[in-house]
Design a protein. Structure first.
Length: 114
């Protein structure tokens, strides 16, 4: 399937290991990318695995897909539930941040899998 890939400043390959490393950077506040960019990268990761021609993903890839899907979905829900449509029209999404505890939870899920 041909996907419309999101543009993101994160140029790492779409792998569970990179998802885990990026989550750890956000948790440690060592990220040089916005959470908006990371959300788009997560969406791309899910599309990448949807395109994977293997019949089944391994356990770590399945978890990574679930975590990435949750990050992308929670990002969208956070925006809709936090800001009015008028504010969203002019909001610099690169400045928006999800609650830090959410990142910690996602990171713990990925770290426990290894």
């Amino acid at each position: 399937m041909n996907w419309n890939w999101n543009e993101t400043s994160i140029t790492l390959a779409y792998t569970p290991e990179n998802l885990k490393d990026l989550l750890n950077k956000v948790c440690n506040k060592e990220n040089s990318f916005s959470q908006f960019d990371f959300s788009k990268w997560c969406d791309n990761l899910t599309m990448f695995f949807d395109d994977d021609e293997r019949e089944e993903l391994n356990e770590f890839e399945t978890l990574a897909t679930w975590v990435a899907t949750d990050i992308e979905a929670q990002w969208d829900l956070f925006l809709i539930n936090t800001y009015s449509s008028k504010i969203l029209q002019d909001l610099d999404l690169t400045k928006v941040e999800l609650p830090h505890q959410w990142w910690i939870q996602w990171s713990e899920e990925m770290n426990e899998a290894l």
